[in-house]
Design a protein around this ligand. Sequence first.
Ligand SMILES: [Zn+2]
Length: 158
Amino acid sequence: MARPCSVCIHKRLEDIDKALVEGETFRALSRQYLLSRDALRRHKMDHLPVAMAKAKEAEETSHGDNLLDHLGELREQAQRIAQKAEEAKNYTAALAGVRELVRIVELLAKLRGELNEAPTVNLFISAEWVSVQAVLVNALGPYPEARQAVLKALDGVR
Ligand SMILES: [Zn+2]
């Protein structure tokens, strides 16, 4: 059984990793954190690249989550509007719904612009985008003119 790495279990691991990445010498770190130079060298060779890859992955995942959260909220909003449009028997409510839909379409257009600058997340975003579009179009079923207008706006976004 290999002994656990004394650097990995150190409570200042993050600081040590950062110092190693910045090119701090083993000698200085050995003195500062009371670790053997061998342990530091081994850690830098074997463990640091893994830790860095994981950190990068976590960062990318949370970035993707934020975008998905954002789209999820928009979709919920669109679904509420869909319900409202179904229930609404008066013109005022319908108009308010249309105004809200137009706002969402504008937001999505903006978001699409942001996404185009990050092509790596485009693939899994597009499923969300399609379902948002479907909700919008369905919601406007009872209002053909508004539906036409939103479809036209959506065309501009695509
Ligand atoms: Zn280690």
